[in-house]
Write a new protein. Structure first.
Length: 169
């Protein structure tokens, strides 16, 4: 069965936004960046290098779930870029949303750390990357994509694995 929405997950700096935007554009779907839904308090914590707690994340995850649900209800298809590092986070995001496919952008710490160190004007501090790798619970129900490829090859791999040769839903 072809998915009716995509959750693009991985640690900060794995390329979720770039891949998500490209996939949404190719598919004609709605792109949602989870970073855009953080509260000012959460952004301030992360900018100060303080990792969010599960309690900090609960309202954010609920808001994202609601947005995914609302998008699907209107007959649209969401592509959500969200770290979704823990299984419980993914469960909250996708609860009762049938047809959503998880895409896990997987990369090594050295590769992602080098990417993050070149990134400007982002609230997520490179110093927090180690914490993200420690918290990460790799999914067993995802399409796993190696991020050591150009974005267009990553997108092509996702399209092939999720939609087959026709590449369209």
């Amino acid at each position: 069965m072809k998915p009716n929405g995509l959750l693009i997950m991985g640690v900060s700096g794995s390329g979720k936004t770039s891949v998500g935007v490209a996939l949404a554009h190719h598919l004609g779907w709605d792109f949602l960046d989870a970073d855009d839904f953080h509260s000012p308090a959460n952004i301030a914590k992360m900018a100060a290098g303080i990792p969010l707690t599960d309690t900090d994340r609960l309202p954010w995850l609920a808001l994202l779930h609601h947005r995914l649900e609302a998008t699907l209800r209107t007959g649209r298809h969401p592509v959500l870029a969200c770290s979704a590092l823990k299984k419980t986070y993914r469960r909250r995001l996708l609860d009762n949303l049938n047809g959503m496919q998880i895409i896990y952008l997987k990369g090594t710490y050295p590769l992602i750390n080098s990417r993050m160190s070149r990134r400007d004007n982002h609230f997520m501090q490179p110093s927090m990357l180690k914490d993200q790798f420690e918290v990460l619970e790799e999914p067993t129900d995802a399409v796993v994509i190696d991020i050591d490829l150009p974005v267009d090859e990553i997108v092509s791999g996702v399209l092939h694995q999720c939609f087959g040769d026709d590449k369209l839903p």
